[in-house]
Design a protein around this ligand. Structure first.
Ligand code: DOR
Ligand code: ZN
Length: 344
């Protein structure tokens, strides 16, 4: 039985650090493991300019409690971006890419894009600069079932984006369905991030007698077959799948007492350990490093980290909450046992 593994230090290609007090509380959990994280730009005022990106990066790094941690910021795409500033920021690596939120797909996506054709000029710039288009791949429309939002996005938008911009690198973020991973696998220049929660939960964990707000996220978790496919691709070593936790903290009051439950799962305190556990369950611990530390930088054209981390076989129980002053967040996997632990 394997009792410890050493892997190249991971990167997390999809995290939400938020702002203010919440940012101060949550950032260190991602920085304890990862050398780099993509900090999603869906803050209350979205990050749409180079100045905002510079400031947001500094703010995160200065709260990381790590000397060697780097936050990478994508631009929140809108149809009214300042194109000169956007191009300048891509060329100077201030933006790591552009993030497309179709309007009203998730938290703070009300500033997102209604008519995606209107920002094809932006996709053209991303392609020309050899940058990356990150996509929240869901269409939220009254006639679309919540479980089919990813499929509709792929059919109605992504096929066309893919065919129009053949050299554009695209990441289908937090891919959540059998249909989605198959699409990623069968197309050029497209990758997918996979979260721990989409490989651990099914819709029964969200919708039971009543809704469990702490397992409510976007894209919504789906069926057993979807979970199995996600595990299969993540654990395959396939170069187009890599680590993105979508760790997305919300105040417990916004989950339990609010009329509209905020979608998002806070997994940063235990995400690398959960990935290790999943890979072990799939008899694929030898593929963990590809997923966590190699495929991502290769796709984004970054160097692979030089440091290593160790994970040891050790049972521990995830704390129920992350608490600090006015912040109280329910942790993913609260009260449950995990069999791996990072060595600090
Ligand atoms: O569940 C989610 N929460 N999915 C997202 O795409 C956004 C995130 C958030 O920002 O809360
Ligand atoms: Zn996200």
């Amino acid at each position: 039985m394997t009792t410890s593994i050493n892997i190249i230090q991971p990167d997390d290609w999809h995290v939400h650090f938020r702002e203010d007090e919440m940012l101060k509380v949550v950032t260190k959990y991602s920085a304890r493991v990862n050398r780099r994280c993509i900090a999603m730009p869906n803050t209350s005022t979205p990050i749409t300019s180079s100045n905002q990106a510079i400031n947001y990066k500094k703010l995160i790094e200065s709260n990381s409690q790590s000397l060697n941690f780097e936050a990478l910021i994508p631009c929140y795409l809108t149809d009214s971006l300042n194109i000169d500033d956007f191009t300048y920021a891509l060329q100077n690596k201030i933006f790591v890419g552009g993030k497309l939120y179709p309007s009203n797909a998730t938290t703070n996506s009300q500033y997102g894009v209604n008519d995606i054709k209107k920002i094809y000029n932006i996709f053209e710039i991303l392609e020309k600069e050899n940058s990356v288009l990150l996509i929240h791949g869901e269409l939220n429309r009254d006639d679309i079932d919540i479980f089919d939002r990813e499929k509709y996005f792929i059919d109605e938008e992504l096929y066309q984006i893919r065919n129009t911009f053949k050299n554009l690198k695209i990441v289908l973020e937090h891919v959540s369905s059998d249909y989605g991973v198959d699409f990623v696998n069968s197309n050029q220049n497209i990758a997918g991030t996979i979260t721990p929660h989409h490989m651990l939960l099914t819709k029964k964990d969200v919708f039971n007698d009543k809704i469990n707000p702490h397992n409510y996220c976007m894209p919504i978790v789906k069926n057993e077959e979807d979970l199995i496919s996600l595990r299969k691709y993540a654990c395959s070593g396939n170069k187009n799948f890599f680590l993105g936790t979508d760790s997305a903290p919300h105040q417990i009051s916004d989950k339990e007492q609010s009329k509209e439950i905020k979608p998002g799962i806070f997994s940063a305190p235990c995400s690398i350990e959960l990935y290790a556990q999943i890979f072990e369950e799939e008899n694929s611990l030898d593929k963990l490093e590809k997923f966590s530390s190699i495929n991502g930088p290769n796709f984004y054209n970054f160097s692979i980290n030089s440091d290593k981390i160790s994970l040891i076989k050790k049972e521990w129980i995830v704390e129920d909450f992350t608490v600090y002053n006015d912040i109280k967040i329910k942790n993913f996997y609260a009260g449950k046992k995990i069999s791996w632990k990072i060595q600090n």
